[in-house]
Design a binder for this molecule. Structure first.
Ligand code: HPA
Length: 284
């Protein structure tokens, strides 16, 4: 018999808490490639390989190390996921979003998501940073499909403000103070793992997708279902297929991600204490 999702999440939460009893994280960050700077800034931390955590799957993608880091970041207790699970790896939506539910049970109230994405707009060039204001889910699945457990959230969660406006405003303010150019746009999520064809890219651009990627949306949906605030960033690693001169190469995507990731790490480190200070009030 399969163990109910809530019980699996609760067991994982208990395990993590038992390894890091000193910390009460209210903030979690999912680090895409190149965001090691955020992980390095976590002081005094505890690192747990995903394979040790009950019911966590393993990250199989090259360049995505699989470790959970818990510690203090800018004076705030925080969790960081170094490496995430992707739908294209063959895992179910439930498996790839389990960490978000675990964080929710541990008391996390704000989730910061990051990803690498292809840009479809002129203002999004390789190396650009984009804050996600909304998304389009073209993954052909939804992590909330199936029986709903009301202990996590309601059957039909509202997604009008999937990405919390007050957090977006705080991110713009932090970017300005650091002199970082932060674009805004809509993230369009696909299954992958093949990149898009030029015809698909033109279609998705016309549908309103400014950045194309293969992650983030399932985690954002589950986080909203759990009532968390969500903030998400795309590192634009390439111009989407057919819009530039080059073919898309995963190694180049990773390299550009590393470069843009350094700026994003700086921004996230500035933001963590500010978001923590905003926390505790009503949902906005
Ligand atoms: N398309 C989809 N996902 C991506 C891309 C892209 O161009 N670049 C990085 N992740």
């Amino acid at each position: 018999m399969t163990i109910p999702l809530y019980d699996r999440a609760a067991e994982a939460a208990r395990y993590i808490a038992s390894k890091a009893e000193r910390f009460r994280p209210r903030m979690a960050v999912v680090l895409g490639s190149g965001l090691g700077g955020v992980a390095d800034a976590v002081c005094d931390g505890v690192e747990i390989p995903y394979e040790d955590i009950p019911f966590f799957v393993n990250s199989t993608v090259e360049g995505h190390a699989g470790r959970l880091i818990i510690g203090e970041c800018g004076g705030v207790d925080a969790l960081a996921m170094k490496g995430r699970f992707h739908f294209y790896e063959g895992y179910s939506m439930e498996e790839i979003t389990l960490p978000v539910r675990v964080f929710s049970l541990m008391g996390v109230r704000t989730l910061i998501l990051t990803n690498a994405a292809g840009g479809t707009s002129a203002h999004l060039q390789p190396g650009s940073l984009m804050i996600i204001t909304d998304h389009i889910n073209l993954m052909g699945d939804n992590p909330l499909r199936g029986p709903n457990d009301e202990r996590f959230g309601p059957r039909f969660p509202d997604m009008t403000t999937a990405y919390t406006p007050a957090c977006i405003a705080a991110a713009h303010e932090a970017a300005r103070s650091l002199g970082i150019v932060l674009a805004e746009g809509v993230y369009l999520a696909l299954r992958g793992p093949s990149y898009e064809t030029p015809a698909e890219v033109r279609m998705m651009r016309d549908l309103g997708g400014n950045a194309l990627g293969m992650s983030t949306v399932p985690e954002a949906i589950v986080a909203r279902h759990c009532g968390m605030k969500v903030l998400a960033f795309s590192c634009i690693t390439n111009t989407a297929a057919g819009l530039g001169q080059e073919e898309i190469n995963h190694n180049e995507v990773m390299e550009t991600g590393e470069r843009a990731g350094r700026q994003l790490s700086e921004l996230i480190l500035k933001l963590i204490p500010r978001l923590a200070a905003m926390d505790g009030g009503a949902e906005d």
